[in-house]
Design a protein around this ligand. Structure first.
Ligand SMILES: Nc1ccn([C@@H]2O[C@H](COP(=O)(O)OP(=O)(O)OP(=O)(O)O)[C@@H](O)[C@H]2O)c(=O)n1
Ligand SMILES: C[C@](O)(CO)[C@H](O)COP(=O)(O)O
Length: 264
């Protein structure tokens, strides 16, 4: 069995965070930077061969000054990201070691991921070729007519909020990025590109605790969630899985035969 490469996109501009003094991935969360907390579950996962952290070119000097020793100790491959999140991932794909046949991509802005959730989505990605953490939409969804007034209520049945990690067979992910329309609308996650070349992705039960730091208030929420998680077994996700009372449908999917060639 091949090894796992982890890509940690950390090269965003943090425009929605609203703190000109620092990017959200470098904000401190209970004494440690957000990006380092996002990394934690992968540091103890037995299949990880290489972790690739993609930072913004403008952050390079600060990053080296503040984190060079830690990055060296953790044997991180630190590269510079691109304009859009997908450009960042595309650059990281070129750094994946030959030993890796599976790739996990996890937002550096998601610091509350547990080891249990990371292991679950990695296992599903290994088994089915493409998997992501996701939670079902629980609120009613409205569409805005551009003037702050509703135009419709969007049926929420079957709708999920995608999270990360997203885990893919390396060949599928590379084929998806090779077919990416660089000039077209930016893909906001990686599963979208893998779906576009004909692979359906397994929806693995995520957690409402696996939040993405986007605005300032998310940092306070993340601190509270980490407190809850550290108060219980950090290895288990304390939030009830959306499918707690029944196994997720993907558990019954046929296993992928790694020798079968799929798609393009
Ligand atoms: N060109 C980019 C854009 C985003 N990201 C990363 O992708 C994750 C999710 O992106 P998002 O939450 O949108 O981060 P930002 O782009 O920084 O946020 P904003 O849209 O508010 O600027 C983050 O870890 C971010 O650092 C990246 O590596 N490269
Ligand atoms: C990848 C992601 O976290 C899945 O929900 C999300 O699409 C990132 O979007 P962003 O606008 O780059 O934060």
């Amino acid at each position: 069995m091949g090894r796992l490469a982890v890509i940690l996109p950390a090269a965003g501009r943090s425009t929605r965070f609203g703190d000109p003094s620092q990017k959200k991935v470098y904000a401190e969360l209970d004494g440690r930077a957000v990006w380092l907390r996002a990394l934690d579950p992968f540091l103890t996962h037995g299949e990880v061969e290489q972790i690739i952290v993609a930072i913004s070119p403008e952050d390079r000097e600060m990053f080296d000054r503040r984190y060079r020793d830690k990055a060296a100790f953790l044997n991180l491959d630190v590269i510079e990201g691109g304009e859009e999140r997908a450009d960042t991932v595309a650059r990281a794909l070129g750094r994946i070691p030959p030993a890796c046949d599976l790739v996990a991509i996890h937002d550096a802005a998601r610091p509350c991921l547990t080891g249990e959730l990371a292991a679950a989505v990695i296992a599903a990605g290994r088994e089915h070729g493409a998997a992501l953490l996701a939670i079902p939409v629980r609120d009613t969804i409205k569409r805005d007519g551009g003037d702050g007034l509703t135009t419709e209520t969007v049926p929420r049945d079957g709708l999920y909020l995608a999270q990360t990690p997203q885990v893919f067979r390396r060949d599928w992910l590379e084929a998806a990025y090779a077919r990416r329309d660089v000039g077209g609308p930016a893909a906001t996650d990686d599963a979208q590109l893998v779906e576009a070349i004909g692979h359906r992705c397994v929806l693995v039960p995520g957690s409402a605790y696996n939040i993405k730091i986007t605005a300032q208030e998310d940092l306070k929420l993340a601190a509270a969630l980490l407190e809850i998680q550290s108060g219980r077994d950090r290895g288990r996700d304390p939030s009830p899985h959306p499918f707690e009372d029944e196994p997720p449908a993907w558990a019954e999917l046929p296993k992928i035969d790694p020798n079968r060639l799929f798609g393009p």
